[in-house]
Design a protein around this ligand. Structure first.
Ligand code: NAP
Length: 349
């Protein structure tokens, strides 16, 4: 049955695939965006809605303006709250990350409390709300991240993006538990890869990482940094099922592969290795500790110590069992992502 749903941050990389799925299935999407007039950020959504069964209606909303999502939420049974800045390069973490994430979540969910049509809220959280560094996996029970764990090590000064996602998800549970008309389900993806629907205007940090794999940044070798990876198409599917599978409940780790940066890069070698400077080997940890901070301010010595040559592992059994999510192979995700950036002219050979 077709429903009216709200998607906050509909211009985003993850949200794009979710909106696509929703309109293809015949739903009416209230797309809350900062600037509905900015065609560069919305044209791809309009194009894909042209021949779909469902439709899109735009609303102007900002996470930092109280009550800004009220109008967009009217008549919606489901609220997908995806909007939140995903950047690791910010000047003022409090203003640029924490406030839009935490206050923005409060803003959206408090409006859901006042909107009688809302029955479920699906929040795009992150594995970043569960852990900060790969070393946290080593310290977890059975050396594996699960939905029972919370990030306790990120702060305003260290990995503030992870801190913002932790505070935002905690705020969401607090508000959800203060009422009983709607339930909250959270999707907690690891690093999302896969083709962007709007490659030229994407702001997601996912692409800075992918670009660095192909632009020669790591031609001396890739850091063997433990990380989880998931395809954007499965993340969209996870949001969709979290909304429409009635029994969906709680948090869902949405991560397909326990991997590392070198392994991710290596999947690209067979198809692209001759044309692009994709790293073939690992950069030594001691070299990174010496020179990493000079290459990139995010590669602090503390970060390198806690992430490089350390295995990352998460348990994805809950989402497979309860929501029936099937994950595609990493090679397909990486090749599709890389090809999308090549086609958009983002890599220079
Ligand atoms: P993205 O493409 O940069 O999307 C971020 C979205 O948030 C954009 O639509 C952006 O709107 C919106 N936004 C930012 N600040 C806002 C504000 N003040 N008011 C209203 N909207 C605002 O990044 P993404 O990767 O798709 O991220 C989407 C969600 O997935 C985020 O919650 C992120 O934390 C989560 N996530 C991402 C990953 C990943 O690897 N990509 C992994 C785990 C979780 P504008 O277009 O107007 O800027």
């Amino acid at each position: 049955m077709s429903k009216t749903v709200l998607v906050t941050g509909a211009t985003g990389y993850v949200a794009g695939w979710l909106v696509k799925k929703l309109v293809e299935e015949g739903h009416t999407v209230h797309a809350a965006v900062r600037n509905p007039e900015n065609k560069k950020k919305t044209q791809h959504l309009d194009t894909m809605a042209e021949n779909a069964k469902g439709s899109i209606k735009y609303f102007k909303s900002d996470l930092l303006e109280e009550g800004s999502y009220k109008e967009a939420m009217q008549g919606c049974e489901i609220v997908f709250h995806t909007a939140s800045p995903f950047s690791t390069d910010v000047k003022n973490p409090q203003k640029d990350l924490i406030e839009p994430a935490e206050q923005g979540t409060a803003n959206v969910l408090n409006s859901a409390k006042e909107t009688s049509s809302v029955k479920r809220v699906v929040l795009t959280s992150s594995c970043a709300a569960i852990y900060t560094d790969a070393i946290d996996c080593q310290e977890a029970p059975n050396r594996m991240l699960t939905e029972d764990l919370w990030n306790t090590t990120a702060s305003l000064d260290y990995q503030p993006y992870s801190y913002s996602k932790t505070l935002a998800e905690k705020k969401a549970w607090e508000i959800a538990n203060s009422q009983d008309r709607w339930d909250l389900v959270t999707i907690n993806p690891s690093l999302v890869m896969g083709p962007p629907l709007n490659p030229k205007a994407t702001t997601s940090e996912s692409f800075n990482i992918l670009k660095q794999i192909g632009d020669g940044t790591f031609k001396m070798g890739a850091p063997k940094m433990g990380i989880g990876l998931v395809d954007v198409r499965e993340v969209a599917d996870a949001h969709y099922k979290a909304a429409f599978v009635e029994e969906a409940q709680g948090r869902y780790i949405t991560s397909a592969h326990n991997t590392n940066m070198l392994e991710m890069a290596k999947t690209l070698l067979p198809k692209y290795g001759e044309q692009y400077p994709i790293p073939k080997s690992a950069i030594k940890k001691w070299v990174l500790i010496l020179f990493g901070p000079l290459l990139n301010k995010l590669l602090s010595r503390n970060f390198i110590k806690k992430n490089v040559n350390i295995e990352w592992k998460a348990d994805n059994s809950k989402i497979k069992k309860e929501l029936g999510i099937k994950f595609r192979p990493m090679q397909e995700t990486m090749e599709d992502s890389f090809q999308a950036l090549i086609d958009a002219g983002i890599f220079k050979k």
